[in-house]
Ligand binder design. Structure first.
Ligand code: ADP
Ligand SMILES: N[C@@H](CCOP(=O)(O)O)C(=O)O
Length: 318
């Protein structure tokens, strides 16, 4: 019986300066896995089982789990494309907290689509899979955005093109940077955090957004870390969303005074991230955030790098 196991990492959406168009995959430096996993096995009929530390926070009806939606969508597309299909049973290992700002739904979606594509012999190419992933992410958050699914699937830091092919391009990353992330333990719904944003932005904000994104991409390509960090401010979402994040301003003040190069909200929060030049500063910021930003036993923090690999297959235990 064929079994496929797939892992898809956590990610930072927006990265402060690229609302909905910029994202980065995450990998803790200590090697701890930080992402959802799926195991897919040939079966008589479709069935979803959930396991893992955050499984109990998922909707109890498997039909409302995003992984089930991914399965039906994938199978429909296979049939439309003339492929033969056979049912599978899926186990989702829900390792990422829901509503955390770490691309939790994206991680489940990417693990499911990537795993199914591998299981069925890669019927779909990268861009087609990405379009499917974005579509499903849109069903959860209320609008299609690729800033979590793209880095989660492909790894690295990715910039969305707004085109069907390529959906995304990979940016160079500053290899020296450490990315501290801290999840406070509370849940913030992405769709609610989108609804509090104004539907239009003033001209001055649009000009700042465009300038920052252009300069950031230029700085990454020329390896200018100082210039890149200098434009990592969120003029679109953070001014509104930080009211949903208790302790946000204190956390930013501490991180910046401690030598962090940038600080912001990961996705729609409540996870925050700090960019640091060296491991010592990163560990000091992580320790402070652990002691002061975390609000309950679900919270955690990690010092991370941006991995070049995104979703991957894992060895199946016999
Ligand atoms: N496999 C899944 N992973 C995460 N959320 C899921 C999953 N299946 C269904 N959901 C539902 O989707 C919504 C995800 O909320 P959202 O705030 O977008 O999470 P996140 O920002 O962590 O991706 C929640 O209502 C959750 O119950
Ligand atoms: N660009 C999106 C990113 C949401 O990320 P999540 O991890 O909170 O789902 C947004 O800012 O709404």
């Amino acid at each position: 019986m064929k079994t496929t196991r797939a892992y898809a990492p956590a990610s930072i959406g927006n990265v402060s300066l690229g609302f909905d168009v910029l994202g980065a995959a995450l990998q803790p430096v200590d090697g701890t896995p930080l992402g959802d996993e799926v195991e897919i096995v040939d079966a008589e009929q479709y069935q979803l089982t959930v396991a893992g530390p955050f499984a109990h926070k998922l909707p109890s009806d498997p039909d409302t789990n995003i992984v089930t939606h991914c399965y039906h969508y994938f199978i429909e597309e296979m049939v439309k494309a003339g492929h033969t299909v056979s049912p599978v049973a899926v186990t989702l290992f829900k390792n990422l907290p829901i509503g955390s700002g770490l691309g939790s739904s994206a991680s489940s979606i990417v693990a499911a689509f990537y795993g199914l594509n591998e299981h069925f012999g890669q019927p779909f190419c990268e861009d087609v899979l990405l379009l499917m992933m974005g579509e499903l992410e849109g069903q959860i958050s209320g609008s299609v955005h690729y800033d979590n699914v793209a880095p989660c699937y492909l790894g690295g830091m990715t910039l969305m093109t707004g085109q069907a092919a390529p959906v995304t391009v990979s940016l160079p990353v500053i290899q020296d940077w450490y990315w501290v992330i801290c999840y406070s333990g509370i849940s913030v719904s992405t769709s609610a955090a989108r609804n509090i944003l104004p539907k239009e932005v003033p001209m001055a904000t649009a000009l700042t957004f465009g300038r920052q994104l252009g300069i950031f991409v230029h700085a990454l390509h020329s390896g200018d870390a100082k210039m890149a960090a200098g434009v990592m401010q969120d003029v679109i979402a953070e001014p509104y969303r930080k009211s949903l994040l208790p302790g946000f301003d204190d956390a930013r003040d501490f991180a910046m005074q401690s030598g962090a190069l940038a600080f912001g909200i990961s996705g729609s929060g409540p996870t925050v991230f700090a960019v640091c030049n060296d491991r010592h500063t990163a560990e000091a910021v992580e320790q402070w955030l652990t002691e002061n930003y975390i609000q309950n036993e679900d919270g955690f923090s990690h010092v991370c790098r941006i991995p070049s690999q995104g979703a991957c297959q894992q060895q199946v235990e016999e």
